[in-house]
Design a protein around this ligand. Structure first.
Ligand SMILES: [Zn+2]
Length: 247
């Protein structure tokens, strides 16, 4: 599917007169924690943050099923954003890779346009010793990243890339042992695509922000532990603010 394809879901550009920036709420690794979502809801109310879009970088559930993922999306909808985009993580059921949950937009190899930004991503984690639900070899990630590049041939500067797996050899893919477990293909994808923003998760202990060429790459940390992030994007598609938060 190309971006010019009429089947591409498109949302009309909002009348945003007077509104200077869009707020994106960035979360990952919820692992089924309903309590963490309600704490986040309170924090957003207190700080008067009303996100235009919520980005979920995977692991909505902790080895849960489709219905549990649906329950998580239902609660996220109560955070007051009209748009939720997500990719499944390695701890989500494999059915989430192609079955979209109502009320949210699955962006695993599916571009979704909202407010003139294109959201697209790749779900799943790398091969691990834990035999989790959605794991890909580096060769499979290479195939998926090539497919994604084919889907976003145009307008790359408006792309927000979301992957559960972090890019290799960054501050976002170091596990406790000191080993880098990220994907080389995802790193190459960021360098080739140069998206406006890249969001990842998966490595709970590697929360942070990294710059790869012109792209800011962020792992907000696990929402299960109260971590999230906020990005503010100006109307001319510049990242004005990117901040790590805790609730
Ligand atoms: Zn994960």
């Amino acid at each position: 599917m190309h971006l010019t394809d009429p089947s591409l879901k498109r949302k009309p550009l909002k009348a945003i007169q007077g509104e200077e920036m869009k707020t994106l709420l960035i979360i990952s690794d919820i692992h089924g924690s309903l309590g963490a979502i309600s704490r986040l809801r309170k924090a957003l109310l207190q700080t008067k943050v009303r996100p235009e879009c919520i980005i979920v970088a995977g692991d909505l559930t902790h080895f849960g099923d489709y219905d549990q993922a649906k329950e998580i999306i239902k609660l996220l909808r109560e955070l007051g954003s009209s748009d939720i985009v997500y990719v499944p993580g390695n701890c989500d059921p494999p059915s989430l890779l192609n079955r979209e949950i109502q009320g949210a937009h699955l962006i695993h190899l599916r571009p979704y346009m909202s407010n003139d930004l294109i959201f697209i991503g790749i779900g799943g984690g790398g091969i691990s010793p834990f035999n989790t639900y959605i794991e890909f070899t580096e060769e499979e990630f290479e195939y998926l990243t090539n497919k994604l590049l084919h889907l976003v041939k145009k307008r790359r500067d408006h792309v927000v890339l979301v992957t559960h797996q972090p890019p290799y050899m960054t501050s976002l893919d170091i596990v406790y042992s000191g080993e880098h477990i990220g994907s080389k293909s995802i790193r190459r994808l960021i360098q080739a695509l140069r998206p406006l923003l890249h969001v990842c998760g998966h490595v709970h202990e590697a929360r942070g922000i990294e710059r790869l060429n012109s792209t800011h790459s962020i792992n907000p940390g696990p929402l299960r532990k109260g971590y999230y992030a906020i990005a503010r994007v100006s109307l001319d598609k510049q990242i004005v603010e990117l901040s790590l938060k805790r609730c």
